[in-house]
Write a protein that binds this ligand. Structure first.
Ligand code: NDP
Length: 290
């Protein structure tokens, strides 16, 4: 059986480090860091993520605000909210929850985000800096994955890393991070048009899966002793359970765990790392202003 990579425990360690630093700031009479979330409409996953961020901000001593706009909000109202956040000195950083309502242009929104408050690396300048390996706020989920790899001492230099998924928020930025000097993986990215994906996956020392397909990746995609990082998260019906559902990832955990060397579970793997890295970005944005 594979080693289970305990993302929850590692994220708790990061949050404890952050809380200690915040306490030090408050003891000096300084204000707490402040993270804001913008959300429009009633998407259940986005709303519960916003609630979870608020709770975790409180846990580390941050202030937080949620700007919950209606799903019918106009583009100009949405952009005014971004303007307000850009100009409020007491808000150190913010994220914008996807999906946006269809009347709001994602390109206009990302261009409007102040790069210094862009906690999820939405602004094209920040994405460009990420590509160039320059300092920027790393996007929370890819940041969480590389932090998990780093804190678990998983060897990446010269290793073959296959990433499944090329979205702008997970797969693409993650491929850039795994390529950076210091991480030094040899990276292949697959997507829905990739041919022979199973064969490519079987060459991976590190297989990172972010395709949004519940339990699609079975043991025959995985090389013996590989490290498997599952970014996917799904709620699937389970009428036999009191809640009526269970959570799972893009990887068929029970089967793959018998073959690989190490694996992240869902829940308890990459999910909690995302929020911890968001908090880390906010603390860093705050400290830049001291
Ligand atoms: P997207 O739907 O934006 O992107 C999915 C990617 O996977 C696309 O590049 C798509 O290819 C590719 N893909 C889809 N089906 C297949 C397939 N059968 N074979 C190969 N490639 C495929 O998803 P996200 O990147 O936003 O999210 C991915 C997963 O991660 C989801 O389950 C999501 O819930 C989860 N997630 C978890 C987070 C966390 O904090 N742990 C945060 C964000 C997301 P193509 O480009 O060709 O369409």
């Amino acid at each position: 059986m594979a080693e289970i990579i305990d993302g929850k425990k590692i994220s708790e360690e990061i949050k404890t480090e952050i809380a200690t630093e915040v306490k030090g700031l408050l003891d000096k009479g300084l204000r707490a860091p402040h993270l804001a979330v913008v959300i429009a409409g009633d998407d259940g996953a986005a709303t519960s993520y916003a609630e979870s961020i608020e709770k975790q901000c409180k846990g580390v001593g941050f202030m937080s605000s949620v700007y919950h706009l209606s799903g019918n909000t106009t583009e100009s109202e949405f952009l005014s909210t971004i303007d307000f956040l850009n100009n409020d000195d007491e808000i150190d950083g913010y994220i914008i929850q996807m999906p946006l309502p269809k009347q709001v242009s994602i390109d206009k929104v990302t261009a409007k985000v102040a790069p210094g408050k862009d906690m999820d690396c939405f602004h094209p300048n920040n994405m460009g800096n990420l590509l160039l390996g320059k300092e920027c706020y790393l996007p929370a989920t890819p940041h969480g994955v590389v932090e998990l790899i780093r804190r678990c001492n998983i060897d990446t230099a010269g290793k073959k890393c296959v990433i499944l998924g090329r979205s702008n928020i997970v797969g693409k930025p993650l491929s850039m991070l795994m390529l950076q000097k210091g991480i030094d993986a040899t990276v292949t990215v697959c997507h829905s048009k990739t041919k022979n994906m199973k064969q490519i996956c079987k060459t991976a020392d590190i297989l990172i899966v972010a395709i949004g397909q519940a339990e699609m990746i079975t043991a025959d995609y995985v090389k013996e002793n590989a490290t498997v990082i599952d970014v996917g998260i799904h709620r699937v019906a389970a009428p036999e359970l009191p809640k009526g559902y269970r959570l799972c990832g893009d990887v068929l955990f029970e089967e793959v765990a018998k073959k690989c060397g190490a694996i992240t579970p869902v829940p308890g793997g990459t999910g909690s790392m995302t929020t911890a890295c968001l908090l880390l970005n906010t603390l860093n944005a705050y400290k830049k202003k001291l």
